[in-house]
Design a protein around this ligand. Structure first.
Ligand code: MN3
Length: 200
């Protein structure tokens, strides 16, 4: 099955001023599209990955150190969710029930926010910071380039893109400010709760 660029689940101006129209146009229409096109080239019809779930392709490619697939299909998976992990009027500490329980066990919202932002700030170069479930517990993680927690034995439930293409237009080099705005004003906790509910 061919990979396809999903539509944004909101208008291009929905996330302003925290993420601009220009950022979303470049990031979704150009960057994500390139991952889709390359994903189809490296893992599409006629390859050994054809017909497998995107989650299985991520894990299999990483185990095989097949980096073109890790990075392009990984980025397709990451961005599919990244768009859904944001919404207009999102963010903040009002969390859905199941997630709220896990966050309390983790050490509370403030600790989670600090650790998540810190993971994003300290990811050297391009990559992602994550909230994932490993062994039934929440864990904050960071990964380089197109990798994600699926490739490291964990289930991602929230991720923030810290590639410069995600924040440089709006925040220049202030990656921490971008991460704080993401957590405080953009996160769609409902999609986080949904992914938490799907963790096996
Ligand atoms: Mn990106």
């Amino acid at each position: 099955m061919a990979f396809k660029l999903p539509e944004l689940p909101y208008a291009y101006d929905a996330l302003a001023p925290y993420m601009s129209v220009e950022t979303l146009q470049f990031h979704h229409d150009k960057h994500h599209l390139a991952y889709v096109d390359n994903g189809n080239k490296f893992a599409g019809a006629g390859t050994k990955y054809d017909g497998k779930s995107i989650e299985d392709i991520c894990k299999e490619a990483f185990a095989a150190k097949d980096m073109p697939v890790v990075n392009n299909v990984g980025q397709h998976y990451n961005h599919n969710h990244f768009w859904k992990w944001m919404k207009k009027g999102g963010g903040g500490k009002s969390l859905p029930g199941k997630l709220a329980g896990h966050v309390t066990t983790y050490g509370g919202y403030d600790k989670l926010r600090t650790d998540f932002v810190q993971a994003g700030v300290t990811q050297f170069g391009s990559g992602w910071c994550w909230l994932a479930v490993k062994g039934g517990k929440l864990e904050v993680m960071k990964t380089p380039n197109g990798e994600n927690p699926l490739m490291h034995g964990a289930s991602p439930i929230l991720g923030c893109d810290v590639w410069e293409h995600s924040y440089y237009i709006d925040y220049r080099n202030a990656r921490q400010k971008y991460l704080e705005a993401f957590v405080d004003h953009l996160v769609n906790w409902d999609h986080v709760e949904e992914m938490l509910g799907q963790v096996k």
